[in-house]
Design a protein around this ligand. Structure first.
Ligand SMILES: NC(=O)c1ccc[n+]([C@@H]2O[C@H](COP(=O)([O-])OP(=O)(O)OC[C@H]3O[C@@H](n4cnc5c(N)ncnc54)[C@H](OP(=O)(O)O)[C@@H]3O)[C@@H](O)[C@H]2O)c1
Length: 218
């Protein structure tokens, strides 16, 4: 699903001796138990890891089949945590039902200044259930940068730990108490470094979150 990502990551981790410092997460995205097993075996082979930290059921595809399978793998110690992922508000009803009824470790969902619907029910429910939250689409696939293209980053951003618009958007996400981490995508090393710096320093609280939103014109 993600091209050569698993192989590249597995090769880099092995070559640089980084495995112990990484939290490896991937997804299962197929139908059927045997197909699911084959896909996960292939992921672990490519990642060059006999066990990984997190396996997620992508877009809830065949979740009734896969969640019991993931529980078996967790009991065997082949994965440490299990979870589900989605990115579309139209699916939030089903995501909520699964979150309410199934024991999960992680929820991966979209949440950004441009896509705030998950904060209505899913994020509070995840917090109540003790489920960690990974935020995808943190820049709404880049659309957030278009939203601020005519704005200059105000000086007050520095006091909130932000040296760029990307850091404003990411720290706004991290300010939500239910959020565990955000996973921005980039093909540029400078952007990667910019994004990683958003995780430095004390996390903002809800008052700071409001200030960050105002700064970006929301
Ligand atoms: N999109 C989905 O529906 C979806 C669904 C499930 C999971 N995910 C996962 O979520 C993660 C995030 O990906 P995403 O597609 O949702 O996109 P995103 O992270 O919301 O946005 C990515 C876009 O932002 C730009 N960008 C990144 N850092 C930047 C920076 N510091 N300054 C300026 N521009 C920057 C990137 O361009 P450059 O390459 O030029 O930096 C790219 O165009 C990925 O791991 C993805 O696999 C996404």
């Amino acid at each position: 699903m993600y091209g050569s990502s698993e192989s590249v990551l597995g090769d880099l981790a092995a070559g640089q001796g980084l495995r112990e410092r990484l939290f490896l997460a991937t997804k299962i995205w197929t139908r059927g138990r045997n197909e699911g097993i084959a896909q996960m075996e292939e992921s672990l082979r490519r990642l060059r890891a006999p066990r990984i930290e997190l396996m997620q059921v992508h877009n809830l595809v065949d979740w009734k089949q896969h969640l019991p399978l993931l529980r078996e793998w967790k009991a065997q110690g082949r994965i440490r945590y299990l979870g589900i992922s989605h990115y579309a508000a139209a699916a939030y009803g089903e995501v909520e039902a699964v979150l309410r009824t199934e024991p999960l470790d992680f929820l991966q969902i979209n949440y950004s200044l441009l896509e705030q619907e998950s904060a209505l029910r899913l994020l509070p429910l995840a917090a109540d259930r003790g489920v960690a939250v990974i935020v995808n689409r943190p820049f709404a696939e880049g659309a957030l940068f278009g939203h601020v293209k005519d704005r200059v980053l105000p000086a007050e951003a520095a006091a909130l730990g932000c040296a760029s618009w990307a850091q404003v958007f990411l720290r706004w996400i991290l300010a939500h108490p239910a959020v565990t981490c955000a996973i921005p995508a980039s093909g540029k090393q400078t952007h990667l470094e910019d994004n990683m710096a958003a995780g430095l320093g004390p996390l903002p609280g809800l008052a700071e979150q409001k200030a960050l939103a105002r700064m970006a014109g929301f």
